[in-house]
Design a protein around this ligand. Sequence first.
Ligand code: FO1
Length: 342
Amino acid sequence: MSERSISRVTVLSGGMGGARFLQGLLHGIAAGTLPGVAADAEVTVVANTADDLWMHGLKICPDLDTVMYTLGDGIDLDRGWGRRDESWRVKDELAAYGVEPTWFGLGDRDIATHLVRTQMLDAGYPLSEVTRALCNRWQPGVRLLPMTDDRVETHVAVADDTTPSGRGVVHFQEYWVRLRAEVPAETVVVVGLDDSSPAPGVVEAITDADLVVLPPSNPVVSVGTILGVPGIREAVRATSAPVVGLSPIIGGNHVRGMAHQMLTSIGVEVGAGAVGLHYGSRTASETGVLDGWLVDEQDADQVARVQAGGLPCAAVPLLMTDVGATAAMVAAAVELVGRGPA
Ligand code: FO1
């Protein structure tokens, strides 16, 4: 196996889980604890934008902002989203006017981000340029790219006895925030996905990488939507870099978020092994994207099943309890695939 130096790492990321993973990755790079990874390795994040929504005339990009705030040290650590030291005066005033929706938490500081973004979009700048401008302030320490500059939105069909059909469709944010993902997601529809194209730099960030990582983000509505942008799955399958994934499911359930509900809605078993096989082996299948898959030690009994699917697999601690623990799982991921093809 050739020893290869890894200096360009590309991560396909959602919001909270991806952001925590990135903190550990950057920590490991800086600490020099990642085998074969250069101390000055550069990280590019291709972030999910299908959670995005327009509200009160503002364009809100939850996953881009969660990564930017988290790595730029502006995140509220308890919530895992939005700004630290936040106030909610505008939200309260909107509620006083009876303006809906009142269920979405728009903080005053956060609104400034959406105002800048909306003004730049209105001036004709693409989302990728807007994101670059916002990151000039936050300096997240990664190159942050939206998966696409086109409008893409995840919507969820749920049972709704107030409608003649007995079903209703809500924006993903309404499903997650107002409905608290407590009702089954009958169907997930990502509006605009099939007509979208990768944002500038995204394909190259994948094909020119030395390592591509699928972090423990939601495999359906975060990593799944990124892979669904026409051209991105193809780029992952074509890259000369090893591609490694880490399971967001531990012990049969997600750690946070709604991976359980989303996997169920697409008929995929909620298991660490099943998710790895859902992503698939790049070499042993026509659509697979992975060269290796990490599961938590609780799911060690699924390693053989994943390997039988043509996908190298190892069981290591996957709870991101702190940056050191996360860096250790990155090291394990590099060990599993990082030496590159023989
Ligand atoms: N999540 C919540 O649970 N409640 C909220 O009110 C809420 C508001 C919000 C505002 C801006 C933003 O960027 C994110 C926000 N989130 C909120 C988190 C968001 O729903 C998630 O980060 C992802 O979209 C799902 O992973």
